[in-house]
Design a binder for this molecule. Structure first.
Ligand SMILES: *[C@@H]1O[C@H](CO)[C@@H](O)[C@H](O)[C@H]1NC(C)=O
Ligand SMILES: *[C@@H]1O[C@H](CO)[C@@H](O)[C@H](O)[C@H]1NC(C)=O
Ligand SMILES: *[C@@H]1O[C@H](CO)[C@@H](O)[C@H](O)[C@H]1NC(C)=O
Ligand SMILES: *[C@@H]1O[C@H](CO)[C@@H](O)[C@H](O)[C@H]1NC(C)=O
Length: 368
């Protein structure tokens, strides 16, 4: 009995053949980064395509450098990721690669410890503040999803030089900055990028929820923005790339913010803003403008005189509903050289029109 058992066990072993080494390789290709071996990150990126960032405290003046990931790499944040204080420009996290996925496991948090830097001055002065997340040079169906981010020192995501990125279900909660001096805490800034989708995200901040300075084929879908300046294109003009085209902003809510949707272009500059669609967005508790389109920005402030070097063409706003504060203006437009505008189903209650509009193309179906 015993011997028969042993024999059959031996037989089974023999049949299994040699050890499957590729199995082992795959095992080894999953690597965990902790605070103690953060200095090995360069070799970990070279050998692993499944990287876990486990409760890392990033030393002062260092970037959690996830640039140059191998194609197909998945990075998963676990536990609390945090950053030591230093007055510097950052970024605190950087990623790049093609076909990469950056995600977070449930219960994780990436805490930017913004309050250590917040002084009410943002990037306009005071202490030097590190940018938070550099998402540059990502391509071919890269994904950033399920991240839980708190308190960025200043701007959140910088999306630049990207072609093929989806950001899904990312929460950026900077609401502590409302009372604690958070400023210029943009959610997502996009420049020179194509084929970017940002969807199902929550942004609570003190500046633009989204700001597109340049780029094509960008979709901003079903996001919730609050506390900041609203959903922006611009300011466009005066940079190396001054073209924004093929933008869809749909199904978002903007609440407790300065503006609902905004386009701003730079006075005296050249460029173009074209083929822009806003569909079925909702606004509430808006303190300045429900819809604002201005072609008169200089050094970050409106001059009152629009120029036409950055024409805004083929603009559709269909379905924008909600309310603005009593002191706010529902719609304000000050542009030159605009054409091909269609507004429909705009229903904004509250507010008053204190400034007159200028430059609305005829037949656009919108007035102040
Ligand atoms: C070896 O393991 C890998 C990874 O688990 C698997 O894809 C492959 O089919 C296995 N090869 C053999 C010969 O069993
Ligand atoms: C990093 O350190 C942790 C904890 O000491 C360890 O579990 C992990 O395997 C290390 N990772 C690498 C790639 O050496
Ligand atoms: C306009 O933008 C949409 C959505 O991004 C895109 O599908 C379409 O091809 C663009 N049209 C033109 C003429 O560029
Ligand atoms: C209007 O835009 C066109 C480009 O579409 C440009 O050639 C023209 O100079 C602009 N006009 C003004 C008054 O700026």
């Amino acid at each position: 009995m015993k011997y028969t058992f042993l024999l059959s066990a031996l037989l089974a072993l023999a049949q299994a053949g040699p050890v499957n080494h590729s199995h082992e390789l795959q095992k080894r290709s999953s690597c965990t980064i902790t605070t103690s071996n953060l200095s090995n990150i360069a070799s970990i990126k070279k050998s692993c395509t499944s990287i876990i960032v486990d409760g890392v405290t990033v030393p002062a003046k260092e970037t959690l450098d996830l640039t140059g990931l191998k194609s197909g790499t998945t990075v998963t944040f676990e536990g609390t990721t945090t950053f030591e204080y230093a007055a510097w420009t950052g970024p605190l996290i950087a990623v790049s690669g093609s076909d990469v996925t950056i995600t977070g496991s449930s219960g994780h948090v990436i805490n930017g410890n913004g309050a250590k830097w917040w002084d009410g001055k943002g990037s306009n002065g005071g202490v030097k503040k590190p940018k938070f997340f550099s998402a540059h040079s990502l391509s071919s169906n890269s994904v950033i999803e399920n991240l839980n981010i708190k308190n960025t020192p200043v701007q959140g995501f910088s999306i630049y030089g990207v072609d093929g990125l989806t950001i899904d279900s990312v929460t950026i909660d900077n609401s502590d900055g409302d009372s604690d001096g958070g400023h210029n805490t943009d959610g997502f800034d996009i420049g020179s990028s194509n084929n970017v989708i940002i969807q199902n995200c929550i942004v609570k901040n003190q500046d633009d929820c989204l700001a597109i300075n340049s780029g094509t084929e960008i979709q901003f879908l079903n996001n919730q923005c609050s506390g900041g300046h609203g959903i922006s294109i611009g300011s466009v003009g005066g940079r190396s790339n001054n073209v924004v085209s093929g933008v869809t902003v749909s199904g978002n809510t903007v609440t407790d913010s300065a503006n609902g949707i905004r386009i701003k272009t730079v006075y005296g500059a050249t460029g173009s803003v074209k083929n822009i669609t806003y569909k079925n967005n909702k606004i509430s508790e808006i303190s300045k403008y429900g819809i604002v389109i201005e072609g008169d920005y200089e050094n970050g402030s409106p001059t009152g005189t629009p120029t036409g070097g950055v024409p805004i063409t083929d603009l559709t706003v269909s379905g924008l509903t909600g309310s603005v504060d009593s002191s706010a203006q529902p719609i304000y437009i000050l542009v030159k050289n605009a054409s091909g505008w269609t507004f429909s189903d705009i229903d904004i209650t509250g507010g008053k029109s204190s400034k007159t509009c200028e430059g609305i193309p005829s037949g656009a179906g919108v007035s102040c």
